[in-house]
Design a protein around this ligand. Structure first.
Ligand code: SF4
Ligand code: SF4
Length: 184
């Protein structure tokens, strides 16, 4: 049986044709997280085309991507690298690879749990759960106090009127993921 390449697999699921990339580096030039990343955006695309899944799943960049889409705006071939990063994140979780930035998936999970429960994020609850799970109790403490002083963080949770609709969206997404796994 013919082996499907990483680029083909990714293209099938995200619609991104990474093999059209000619390494012009425009995406990396505008990426706001490139100062902190271990692979530049164009390098991620290059490694996809070179079938380097292990290297990609173990890099920090896929977790740091802010999904701002600057790369897509700048790309002459309309490649949306944010979707590539997202797909690689899902792949890492699916294959049980320990994230290179372990606190970032915890931030996503705690945020989404708050939205699922209330239909919107409850900042104090979200930050509290995140701090407990990541054991970063005192980090950003001063900033937190400042935000509380300016009433940027609500202490009392509130949910939106039709929060059940949001729960249904989460339930459908879970069902979709389960079906996808079964089909594979
Ligand atoms: S901007 Fe597009 S073509 Fe240029 S390196 Fe990035 S992904 Fe490749
Ligand atoms: S979407 Fe991600 S990779 Fe693209 S420019 Fe923004 S942070 Fe960088």
């Amino acid at each position: 049986m013919e082996q499907v390449s990483l680029a083909e697999d990714l293209a099938k699921e995200t619609g991104q044709k990474t093999n059209t990339c000619f390494s012009c580096m425009k995406c990396s030039g505008g990426c706001p997280i490139s100062f902190a990343s271990d692979l530049k955006t164009h390098e991620v695309i290059r490694l996809v085309n070179l079938n380097q899944l292990d290297r990609l799943l173990n890099c920090k960049t896929i977790w740091l991507c802010a999904f701002c889409k600057t790369c897509k705006q700048r790309c002459p071939n309309d490649i949306d690298a944010s979707l590539v990063m997202d797909w690689l994140k899902s792949k890492a979780l699916e294959l049980g690879v320990t994230p290179a930035m372990p606190n970032i998936p915890i931030m996503y999970q705690t945020f989404l749990r708050s939205v699922e429960k209330l239909g919107r994020v409850y900042e104090a609850g979200w930050i509290g759960t995140y701090k407990i799970k990541t054991k970063t109790y005192t980090k950003d403490f001063k900033l937190g106090l400042k935000m509380l002083g300016k009433r940027k963080i609500k202490l009392v949770p509130g949910r939106i009127k039709n929060y059940q609709h949001i729960r249904k969206i989460f339930a459908s997404a879970r069902l979709g993921m389960k079906c996808r796994k079964e089909i594979k």
